[in-house]
Design a protein around this ligand. Sequence first.
Ligand SMILES: Nc1ncnc2c1ncn2[C@@H]1O[C@H](COP(=O)(O)O)[C@@H](OP(=O)(O)O)[C@H]1O
Ligand SMILES: [Mg+2]
Length: 279
Amino acid sequence: MSDMTSLPVTAADRLRLARLFGDLAVSAGALAMDVLSRAHIATQLKSDTSPVTEADERVEAHLLEALGRALPDLPIVAEEQAARGATPAHGDAFLLIDPIDGTREFLARSTEFTINIALVANAAPIVGAVSAPAQGRVWFAGAESFMADAAPGGALPAPQDWRRLQTRKAPTRGLTALVSKSHLDAETIAFMGRLAIADRMSVGSSLKFCAIAEGIADVYPRFGPTMEWDTAAGDAILRAAGGVVLDPAGAPLLYNKAQARYRNGAFVAWGDPASAAIS
Ligand SMILES: Nc1ncnc2c1ncn2[C@@H]1O[C@H](COP(=O)(O)O)[C@@H](OP(=O)(O)O)[C@H]1O
Ligand SMILES: [Mg+2]
C-alpha cells in the first residue's frame, strides 16, 4: 500500500481500505449485538448529555486495537476517546471512528444504529464503511460504493456478493427526504418546506446517507449539530455513489476541523447533484 502520509492514495488503496473497514465494522457488530441481547443496558450520560453504553465502549476499544494493528501510521480520532479529551495530534490524513451512531436508537432497541469507520485525507472522507449489525447489512466505499448482506460477527462477503451503489436522479413526482429520528430542528423543517418533497421519513444514524447512496431516497438536510465521526463514513459512501454533501454555501462539507473539536456545521446530503444546484 502506498504511504498514507504522502497522499493521494490510489483507487486500489482505497478499495483495500474499504474492504478492511467493512470487515471490521461487520465483525465488531457482534459486540454491539451481545450488549443488545441483555435485558438491561448500562448507560451513562456524557458531558454533552448524550448517552453512552457499554456497546459504544466495547466496539470502540475493539476497533482502536484492530485498526491500530492494521494501520499503525494512521492516527485515530474516536468518539468516546474524544469525549474524554483524548484526541491524537494528526496531519492531513487520519481515521474517524463512531462505534455506535444512533445510540438513542440502540437504547430504544431499534435496528437503526450503525458502526462507522472512515479515512479523511485533505479534508475529505475518501474511504468509509458503515455496518448496521441489527439489520445484517454493510455499506463501504473507496472510489466506488458497495453494499452487502453480512451477519454481525462474520466477515465481509466476497466481491460477487457485493452490490454496486449509484444514487438516483431526482424523481419528477417529488423528493424522498430523510431526517433524524431523534434530533429534528426548526431550520431543517423550514428548509424542507422550500423543496418539492413527496415523502418524508425519519431514520436514525448514518443509515440516511446509505439510503441515498442506494438510490431509495434523495435528500438529507441536517441543520442541527453532528460530529465528523457521525458523518464521514456515510459521506464517503454517498460521494462514491454519485451524491454530494454540501454546506450552506454549496461547497463540499469539510473535515479535519480539529479546532472546532470535529463539530460539523449545517449540511445537506443529496443523491442527485443537479437537484442540489437548483435548491
Ligand atoms: N447536541 C448535539 N451535539 C452534538 N452532536 C449531536 C447532538 N445531537 C445529536 N448529535 C449527533 O447526532 C448523532 C445521531 O444522529 P441522528 O440524530 O441522525 O440519528 C449522534 O451520534 P451518536 O449516537 O454517535 O452520539 C450525535 O453525535
Ligand atoms: Mg456514537
